[in-house]
Design a protein around this ligand. Structure first.
Ligand SMILES: Cc1cc2nc3c(=O)[nH]c(=O)nc-3n(C[C@H](O)[C@H](O)[C@H](O)COP(=O)(O)O)c2cc1C
Length: 198
């Protein structure tokens, strides 16, 4: 059943991206689950009311902290949020309030500015960390979305969470059990992105 599901997903992915060879995808499915998670992951914005345990959130954060970082600097910090009142306050700080309010769990991802050694590299590390977390969320059967719009109110987010300016908000992840799997996403053809193959 699992094999069939994977194959079906990859076929539909192939249809959207004419540059990808269907046979290669099916062969790769036998070798790796990471590629499957990468292709299967969608931004999930609708959740059931089922809670997400601290243990699951810690698993997701564990995936995050195993991301690479320049000099293995590990500049990321996290706030795990399940409290309904705090979620409500954060929901008021973004135009995606329905997502934040409807998510049983949130993870705020921060950079510790006093730990940073190189702005570009530490921000890149934060991105790698967040993507690891989203892929882990997918593998756990949960859903999640990377929320960036709330960054325009990053100072108020810190006030709600009781953090000072030392901690720079990178993203708020909304996490929960997916209400449905209707999400669609598209990518431009591979050839649009490869500048040269020399
Ligand atoms: C830096 C960044 C900021 C984002 N901010 C938001 C956001 O504020 N609200 C939202 O609903 N999705 C947000 N997203 C999710 C994107 O909309 C989503 O990844 C994109 O539409 C592709 O869809 P997919 O993730 O399902 O493939 C953000 C993604 C990134 C990487």
């Amino acid at each position: 059943m699992r094999q069939w599901e994977l194959t079906t997903k990859w076929y539909s992915f192939t249809n959207m991206n004419s540059g990808v060879n269907k046979t290669n995808l099916v062969n790769m499915q036998k070798k790796t689950t990471v590629f499957d998670a990468i292709l299967s992951r969608r931004s999930i914005r609708d959740f059931t009311t089922e809670p997400v345990s601290t243990a699951l959130l810690e698993t997701i954060v564990t995936a995050g902290i195993w991301a690479p970082s320049g000099l293995n600097n590990q500049p990321w910090r996290f706030v795990l949020i399940r409290d309904e009142e705090i979620r409500g306050k954060l929901a008021d700080l973004t135009s995606y309030s329905h997502v934040v309010r409807g998510a049983p769990a949130l993870i705020a991802v921060y950079l510790d500015t006093e730990t940073m050694y190189d702005a570009v590299k530490d921000h890149q590390a934060a991105g790698a960390c967040i993507q690891n977390m989203l892929l882990c969320t997918e593998e756990l059967g949960l859903g999640g979305v990377w929320l960036g719009q709330i960054l325009k109110n990053r100072q108020q987010v810190n006030e709600v969470l009781g953090l000072d300016d030392r901690f720079d908000l990178m993203a708020l992840l909304a996490i929960g059990h997916p209400l449905h799997h209707n999400q669609q996403s598209r990518r431009k053809p591979l050839s649009d992105f490869i500048l040269k193959n020399v």
